[in-house]
Design a protein around this ligand. Structure first.
Ligand SMILES: Nc1nc2c(c(=O)[nH]1)N[C@H]1C(S)=C(S)[C@@H](COP(=O)(O)O)O[C@H]1N2
Ligand SMILES: [Mo]
Length: 434
């Protein structure tokens, strides 16, 4: 019997094909252990040592810095970390648009507010909070309206939750692999800490009529986005969110209030929320009949697809975040599930022939983005990197063949098949079909 702890007892040799190493290296601290990993991998480690280099004194160390600001901005050197691709503008700066999060330049689990993805069906309304009202009516004992001030008196709840557009990753259904990035292929997902009033609390105050089984939520924008939500979800974990990562929700994301339905398709998370009407049946609004149904095989259609199934994508490396010299790297990416916590993420470096479990960065939270990481010894040869998420329900993210086999290729929404990044000997990373 070994008296080593599990973390000491790891094998720094590869645990799956083409150089994937044991994730437990992350549990071990200190250069000696990294050295051991490097030795086992036949390399110096993550970087090459330098000969006693002179640390130069740069100009910014010898002059006073800039004055304080009321609201800071990212470093001017981080100009590439922006939402995109910017849509062409056929409507003169108004109307429908969407713009994606730069997933490949972010780390951790939280999306900064300035780069949260956005999908707005008829532009961003300029809402003066003093003139905004939220009405709760329909099958309730007492219809109520709330000002922002009135809502702000209620006890607040915070939860970290992803929001993902039902159309995210739809480009993965193209017959040949689109030349895209993590941002352009999968950037209609973001994750923030949302703070607001549980919808259940407001409904309790209004008094739910036992005949009510659904509600319809409506936005105050010129799209009057309207979606039907089962009452059970509203009473479970729905939030009337007022804050996003600690500050008031950004106008693009629903200022001054939005409906947050953790884990459910983005479209139902009605922004600029102004009305909740309780109903016995779904309202069959324009937004849930003309769109958001999945066209399946043999002419079948699936309507009301609410939770988003488990998905993952490697962000480092990925197209635009290329490899340099052979050696040790960390592969990292994001995984999420609308059905609960991420239980496991597996990574392959040989196009799905063999898999190794990645480490999950804490905190791992239900219906939130979870960061995964695994060490990789790149031998400088071609590789195909993939990740597959498994959630706490046991659901496994499907391959392209499995998903298209089950649904056909015209379903358009809720595409969550496994992404493959091809790494060339030059270090360049490209989207490929494995
Ligand atoms: N009122 C209103 N709510 C809306 C939308 C809209 O256009 N109007 N877009 C929906 C869609 S399609 C998505 S994917 C999410 C996007 O949320 P975000 O822009 O905060 O990322 O909001 C949803 N809520
Ligand atoms: Mo969406």
């Amino acid at each position: 019997m070994s008296d080593k702890t599990e973390s000491e007892n790891f094998d720094a040799e590869q645990v799956a094909g083409n150089g994937l190493l044991d994730r437990r290296v992350f549990l071990r601290q200190g250069g000696g252990l990294l050295g051991a990993l490097g030795a086992a991998a036949g390399l110096a480690g993550y970087s090459k040592p330098v000969e006693a280099e002179t640390l130069v004194v740069p100009s910014w160390t010898t002059t006073p810095g800039a004055w304080v600001q009321g609201y800071t901005q990212p470093s001017k050197y981080e100009g590439k970390v922006v939402r995109g691709p910017m849509p062409s503008n056929p409507y003169n700066n108004v109307g429908p648009g969407s713009v994606r999060s730069p997933l490949q330049y972010l780390d951790g689990m939280i999306t900064p507010n300035g780069v949260h993805y956005e999908r707005s069906h008829n532009g961003v309304p300029d809402i003066d909070p003093a003139g905004h009202r939220l009405l709760i009516h329909g099958l309730v004992k007492r219809p109520l309206t709330f000002t922002l001030d009135a809502l702000s008196r209620y006890p607040m709840t915070s939860r970290i939750s992803f929001v993902e557009c039902a159309g995210n990753s739809g480009g993965m259904l193209a017959p040949t692999a689109a030349d895209g990035t993590a941002q352009s292929l999968h950037g209609l997902v973001s994750c923030a800490e949302w703070t607001g009033v549980p919808l259940a609390m407001l409904l309790e105050e209004a008094g739910v009529d036992p005949k009510a089984k659904w509600l319809v939520a409506e936005g105050a924008d010129a799209a009057t986005m309207s979606r039907s939500v089962p009452l059970a979800k509203a009473l479970d974990d729905a939030l009337v969110a007022l804050y996003q990562n600690g500050e008031r929700i950004r106008p693009a994301n629903g200022y001054p209030m939005r409906l947050l339905l953790p884990g459910w398709q983005g479209n139902m998370n009605v922004k600029w929320l102004r009305r909740i009407k309780l109903l016995a049946e779904p309202a069959m609004t324009k937004d849930e009949t003309s769109k958001y149904s999945l066209l399946l095989k043999e002419g079948k259609v699936a309507q009301f697809n609410f939770p988003l199934d488990a998905k993952s994508v490697i962000t480092k490396p990925s197209p635009g975040v290329n490899m340099t010299a052979p050696g040790l790297y960390e592969i990292s990416g994001i995984a999420w599930s609308g059905n609960g916590k991420i239980a496991k993420v597996e990574v392959s470096a040989d196009g799905g022939k063999s898999w190794a479990p990645a480490a999950l960065s804490e905190p791992v939270m239900s219906k939130a983005i979870t960061r995964f990481r695994i060490p990789w010894r790149w031998n400088g040869g071609p590789a195909v990197l993939q990740s597959r998420a498994i959630d706490e329900t046991g659901y496994v993210q499907p391959t392209r063949e499995q998903q298209i086999g089950a649904r056909g290729s015209r379903f358009q929404y809720h595409c969550n098949l496994i992404t493959s990044w091809g790494v060339a000997a030059s270090g360049e990373v490209k989207h490929v079909y494995a």
